[in-house]
Design a protein around this ligand. Sequence first.
Ligand SMILES: *Cc1c(COP(=O)(O)O)cnc(C)c1O
Length: 362
Amino acid sequence: MSNRKLNFFAGPSVLPMDVLAELENQIGDYKDNGFSMIEASHRGPAFDTMYHECLDLFRELLGIPENYSVFFLGGGATLQFSMIPMNFLGAGQVADYCMSGTWSNKATEDAQKLGKVNLYFDGKESNYSTLPDPKTVKPSDDSAYLYLCSNETIGGIEWQDWPETGDTPLIADMSSDILSRPVPVDKFAMIYGGVQKNLGPAGATFVILRDDMLERSPKNLTAYLNYNTHAPKDGLYNTPPVFSIWGVKLVLEWIKANGGAAGMAARASRKAGLLYGAIDGLSDMFYSPVDANYRSKMNVVFRLKEESLEKQFLKEAGEQGMLGLKGHRSVGGCRASIYNSLPEEDVASLVDFMTEFARKNG
Ligand SMILES: *Cc1c(COP(=O)(O)O)cnc(C)c1O
């Protein structure tokens, strides 16, 4: 597929060529079963084997301890913004939230509709360009849980270290940086996210949930909204997003073959280092609007000093086959999403293009 473009979209986003080739190769006849994985019953052996291999691989790659359930749901990461407070924010308790950008802000706003929320950080004044120092973050008394978004996909800021919350459950949305680095899962009561940024085709939402959390869910929740419905059944209470999960399984195999979480972290550091190096080095043309201490290694947000050149930059990038570099409509500017699957040479090509653009227009 020689006409593949350089895909810097924020999500859904680039997938490894090996994974796309495998999907294509197996689409009509999955492993000689005579039917496709996406035509198979989710109660049958073909799906069941694939699904449990997927869950096992996820556990292995992230080092998820035994006392956590792992499953996939529908509804996107967005449904979890509601399910988390519905299940874990009891009457008389308070949940600690951080407003650090689009995604944690949405989660906060949903929680505020369902219970009492304390904001331990609000990035509004800095235009969501920075995060709190994790050492200064402390849960409230009577805190039901402390919530954060590990990587703000739109703002381009990423937690580099985690707050110590003691007995207070720590819950994180890791939609856009899951498996881009090792994570001490045992510090978290719950980690979740949509798979479409870093793990596979859109559809599934992964949930990693410490089992003792299940005791907190109120009995009056309807079936789908209660984690107790899903955890004991590995997420197979209802029909799971089969195609998405199949894609995730193949991406996990690709991650494993490329060094696992540590391999992905090394790769992300090289790619982000190259790109931020260009932004800083070509400082007459480009700048990074975010706190250097929290620069995301997945979503690199940058601006042109001369705003009027931005359109031209994006247009010429498009002509070079570089897609998805326009910043989110809510913030403007430019953003290169450089997820796990994005080839290193694509970042090198972007840097070459930026260098040439700065030379011609500087
Ligand atoms: C994309 C994204 C979401 C929303 O995911 P959906 O699956 O579209 O609901 C939530 N959080 C973060 C960090 C994201 O990047």
